[in-house]
Design a protein around this ligand. Structure first.
Ligand SMILES: NC(=O)c1ccc[n+]([C@@H]2O[C@H](COP(=O)([O-])OP(=O)(O)OC[C@H]3O[C@@H](n4cnc5c(N)ncnc54)[C@H](OP(=O)(O)O)[C@@H]3O)[C@@H](O)[C@H]2O)c1
Length: 307
């Protein structure tokens, strides 16, 4: 009851208070075990939640492939994380760069699609795709498919897509999935792409069912990362004192990557080590089966357009 109330009232549950209260409740899942010998890839690992998650995995003994947008940021990540870590440069909004990245990986137990953006103006990837969609949806679609053989060979394996609670406000935009016909609004486009990431998670989970690879999404609540500081200074000014720190925001990413419980299901949305609904009663409506299938076809088309 308390947990559900925290979730539905949003501000308390998404803040550091929500995590602190949940941790004290009976039934809070045990901390994850060691991961010696396992390989984890985290995108957006040079700052914020990605850096904290990468450090969390490295502290559990995993080998971490810390993916950052260029060589300089990859070096930043490598220097900031203590443990067995290798910085890897890759623009995760680029289809070709992701395919190249996948070619270099021989073993992978956990893939965390964490890199995120909220540009102030409409921006495009090198492939010409609107940047929030390219980074949060097309990128994970391409990377998971390219790495699927390696993940399957390393099974049991996990994919974790980092979405946002903002997605509760948005449905997929049927017949205009890339929002090309809509005026750009950073928060709306960001939230829409994060909704699509949750739908994609369910679709990937269905397609990978039975292979030993589970696919989950999670949202971190509100954490005081460089991303929040740059993209939402007004929001940060108001809720600054109750924001989670980076490690608190990354807690469920690391738990999903290492704990035994997440291997028992697939295609779920998690927050604070518990499964959450993908829709709230007062949020966006469920997307139709047709729109969801349209999303998959659009992703195939966009990925196929880059050879
Ligand atoms: N913080 C929160 O409260 C919150 C809430 C909900 C969801 N999230 C999600 O959590 C994830 C992490 O965000 P954060 O808050 O930690 O923000 P952040 O500090 O800005 O981290 C995002 C990271 O992604 C990297 N990145 C962006 N585009 C990339 C690209 N094309 N190729 C490679 N790397 C790229 C950034 O690299 P550069 O630094 O080099 O640009 C940065 O290191 C995002 O998916 C975000 O949407 C965060």
């Amino acid at each position: 009851m308390i947990d559900t109330l925290l979730d539905r009232t949003i501000a308390p549950g998404y803040s550091r208070l929500g995590l602190a209260l949940r941790k004290r409740r009976p039934g809070w899942p045990a901390d994850p075990p060691r991961m010696d010998g396992q390989v984890v890839m985290v995108t957006g690992a040079a700052s914020g939640l990605g850096l904290a998650a990468a450090q969390g995995f490295a502290s559990l003994g995993a080998t971490v492939l810390a993916v950052a947008r260029n060589e300089e940021r990859a070096r930043d990540a490598e220097q900031a994380i203590s443990g067995d870590v290798r910085g890897v440069a890759c623009d995760v909004s680029s289809v070709a760069a992701l395919r190249e990245l996948a070619e270099t990986v021989e073993r992978l137990d956990v893939l965390v699609n964490n890199a995120g953006v909220m540009p102030g103006e409409r921006s495009r990837s090198v492939d010409g795709v609107e940047l929030t969609f390219a980074t949060h949806v097309l990128g994970p679609f391409v990377l998971v498919q390219a790495l699927a053989p390696v993940l399957e060979a390393s099974a049991p394996a996990r994919v974790i897509n980092v979405t946002s609670g903002g997605m509760y406000t948005q449905a997929l935009r049927a017949a205009d999935l890339l929002s090309e016909q809509d005026e750009y609004n950073p928060k709306t486009f960001y939230a829409r792409s994060k909704r699509a990431e949750v739908v994609l998670t369910e679709q990937l989970a269905t397609r990978l069912a039975g292979t030993g690879v589970v696919v989950h999404s999670m949202h971190p609540g509100w954490a005081d990362t460089p991303g929040i500081r740059d993209a939402m200074p007004g929001f940060r000014k108001v809720v600054g004192p109750i924001l989670r720190n980076d490690a608190e925001g990354a807690d469920t990413i690391v738990w999903l990557g290492a704990a035994p419980e997440p291997l028992q299901s697939t295609g779920k949305l998690w927050m604070d080590r518990a499964v959450r609904p993908t829709h709230y009663r007062f949020g966006a409506d469920e997307d139709s089966v047709d729109t969801r299938e349209e999303l998959w076809r659009e992703l195939e088309r966009l990925a196929g357009a880059v050879v």
